[in-house]
Design a protein around this ligand. Structure first.
Ligand SMILES: Nc1ncnc2c1ncn2[C@@H]1O[C@H](COP(=O)(O)OP(=O)(O)OP(=O)(O)O)[C@@H](O)[C@H]1O
Ligand SMILES: [Mg+2]
Length: 426
């Protein structure tokens, strides 16, 4: 599987700097405004970049200034490094006078014994506004093909004017589009050519929407090159259009089609922002179960706010902030700086108090995550940089977990799950 193993970002939206190792299944959780959607939006930007539609992406986002961390006045350039196995793609963007992004640098590093005996670096130059990957030598094309295999889906728009509900060209069926806008032609293709998959999709929709019978998918009578989403209820012959679906049902349908389509059409890496939006708890559990069952063959990067969704996964799939736990025992982290212990401890206590002594709720905007706060407090009193590996682990290495578990109910839940994986003693 050509999965995305590691991603480094600098200067994108609310992300000043980030270095994240990814696993086959990644569930991002965090407070509102903590940057989950921004991270997924960066992956979407990479999608558009690969399609050579970066200019359109930037323009639709409102220009380069909106994409750079606190605008171009604060951030000179944006950097991205995407790693798959030992190979990586690296780029830096600068804003242009026309408010777009230009490549300051675009580099591929190919390290794949099946293609080149030795690692191979290629600089694709600078000044261009669309990627040169697909036009480059073999090594660039190889990386281009891997990066084409990621797709970020967003089925949030189910409003009256949503593309999902509009008529679409019948031959617009080469894979489900990321906003579901070709749902009708894609379903038509599945029904005509991949009947088994289509049946499975219908059966799954029945579990959540028992009133639904089937889609009515026929080319439009007066314009047979086009098709639109229609459906029938059980116990009635009346034909409804997509507008009559509830928002949650329509989103569930999109997600079911995405996940249960023939695997040859399913991207290598599937990225979904808040799949739970508007869904009934039962539907959320069902979706989580489907994702879990396909995760051995595909990589998933998913952001969520739903505890029902999170509960369906193992603790190691969840990406959460370690520093939350440092707020449970302020004396431990402050004890690492004996001369400023009292001041550091007092500041940490104050943060705790402002959040009702509930460390897992600490965060009210992108700059105030637990790790930012700890780093700021340490800097303020010691002029030293907070080092996660040294300070963080030292502070908690011999910590009694009972207190942490009591004050961090989410964390406690995950640990409970891990414990339940142990064989029961007789
Ligand atoms: N160019 C930018 N520079 C700095 N901050 C930005 C920029 N663009 C957006 N933001 C900030 O990003 C935050 C939104 O982040 P994001 O949408 O990723 O949150 P989220 O974690 O998905 O939250 P939710 O759970 O509510 O969906 C906003 O607070 C906004 O101020
Ligand atoms: Mg979000």
């Amino acid at each position: 599987m050509n999965s995305l193993d590691r991603i480094k970002i600098e200067g994108f939206k609310s992300i000043k700097e980030m270095d994240l190792e990814l696993r086959p299944l990644n569930i991002l959780i965090g407070a509102n405004g903590s940057g989950k959607s921004n991270f997924l939006s960066l992956l979407k930007m990479v999608n558009r970049m690969i399609e050579e539609n970066l200019r359109i992406f930037v323009a639709q986002a409102g220009g380069a200034d909106m994409l750079l961390y606190y605008g171009s006045k604060n951030t000179e350039r944006m950097k991205i490094r995407l790693q798959f196995g030992k190979s990586y793609y690296e780029t830096a963007f600068l804003p242009t006078t026309t408010e777009l992004l230009a490549f300051q640098d675009e580099t591929v590093h190919l390290h794949n014994e099946n293609i080149n005996r030795r690692p191979y670096d290629k600089n694709l130059g600078s000044g261009h506004e669309e990627t040169l990957l697909n036009k480059s030598v073999k090594s660039g094309k190889h990386i281009y093909n891997i990066m084409k295999g990621w797709k970020a889906y967003h089925f949030h728009d189910t409003s009256f004017s949503a593309k999902i509900k509009k008529t679409a060209y019948i031959n617009n069926n080469r894979g489900l589009q990321d906003d579901g806008s070709n749902l009708a032609p894609y379903l038509y293709l599945l029904r005509e050519r991949y009947g088994e998959y289509y049946e499975n999709i219908i059966k799954t929709i029945h579990l959540v929407a028992p009133f639904f019978e089937d889609f009515v998918l026929e080319p439009e009578e007066y314009n047979p090159e086009t098709i639109r989403l229609q459906w029938k209820e059980r116990k009635s012959d009346k034909i409804f259009n997509a507008d009559s679906f509830s928002d949650g049902t329509l989103r569930f349908i999109c997600l079911t089609i995405l996940l249960l389509q023939p695997d040859k059409f399913l991207p290598q890496t599937v990225i979904i922002d808040e799949p739970e939006l508007g869904l009934h708890p039962y539907a959320i559990k069902l979706l989580a179960g489907i994702i879990r069952s396909i995760s051995p063959i595909r990589q998933f990067i998913i952001s969520t706010q739903s505890t029902i969704f999170i509960d369906e996964f193992s603790p190691e799939d969840i990406i959460h902030e370690f520093e939350t736990m440092l707020f449970v025992t302020p004396e431990k982290i402050s004890g690492l700086f004996p001369e400023q212990k009292a001041e550091i401890s007092k500041d940490i206590q104050n943060v705790r108090k402002n959040f009702n002594n509930s460390p897992e709720t600490i965060n009210d905007n992108v700059e105030t995550s637990p790790s930012h706060r700890i780093a700021d407090i340490i800097k303020k009193h010691t002029q030293r940089k907070y080092e996660k590996i040294i300070h963080g682990t030292k502070a908690l290495i011999d910590e009694d977990m009972t207190k942490i578990r009591r004050e961090c109910p989410h964390f406690n839940q995950w640990i409970g799950k891990l414990e339940n994986l142990q064989p029961h003693s007789k």
